[in-house]
Write a protein that binds this ligand. Structure first.
Ligand SMILES: [Mg+2]
Length: 209
């Protein structure tokens, strides 16, 4: 049976060196200063504390400052994608050659995900996007969203292969019984590794490689 491929979005379906994710990151800081009114000197320390406590900055902003998650996500993803991303035919061909359903599983928003997929020319390759709202704002690598995802896909974890640029996100997937593939510039212990998604068809049996 073909696996279900569970792809991360940012820095996975496009490479980290595009600068797009750095721009989103800067908009998170800007949101905290301009919209929430936080002291710029405190923002970096606060973000680190929120990531420790909640997994993502948004969790702390909701819990401690009553931020509306949708307003936050719209603000931080309001970026000119066309300046950073371009249609990616190599990745499109690789995804087309890969048997099995494909979905996106992202700590970002569903709107951002479909916009990015549109810009990359990859939308038609994906059946669905599962975003941070789907995860009840409990982000990867917390297991909550993974369990909801497996329920929604009506599939046992062994039938899924998760592809992500962060080893910590893959660790949870592996603990739950899913296969894993790490994407990015450097390998990490415990996960099959490719440099870019376009290399995926060359990776045989990604659960055991
Ligand atoms: Mg990522």
């Amino acid at each position: 049976m073909s696996p279900i491929w569970v792809f991360d979005l940012d820095n996975t379906l496009y490479p980290a060196d595009t600068g797009l994710f750095d721009l989103v990151d800067r908009r998170i800081t800007r949101f905290m200063v301009e919209r929430v009114g936080l002291d710029p000197g405190r923002v970096l320390a606060l973000r680190a504390r929120y990531r420790d406590a909640f997994g993502v900055t948004l969790g702390g902003l909701v819990a401690e400052h009553g931020v509306d998650p949708d307003a936050y996500l719209a603000y931080v993803h309001d970026v000119p994608l066309e300046q950073y991303l371009f249609p990616d035919e190599a990745t499109d061909r690789a995804l087309a050659a890969l048997p099995g359903r494909k979905v996106v599983f992202t700590n970002g928003s569903v709107d951002h995900a479909w916009r990015v997929l549109d810009r990359l020319g990859l939308r038609r390759r994906f059946d669905a996007v599962f975003d941070i709202a789907f995860m009840d704002y409990v982000p990867k690598p917390r297991p909550h969203g993974y369990r909801k995802l497996l329920d929604a896909l009506l599939t046992p974890p062994e039938a899924c292969r998760m592809v992500d640029d962060l080893p910590v996100n893959l660790d949870t997937a592996r603990d739950l019984g899913m296969g894993t593939v790490l994407v990015g510039p450097a390998p990490a212990d415990g996960h099959p590794w490719i440099e870019r998604v376009a290399d995926l068809p060359g990776l045989t049996r990604p659960d055991t490689a």
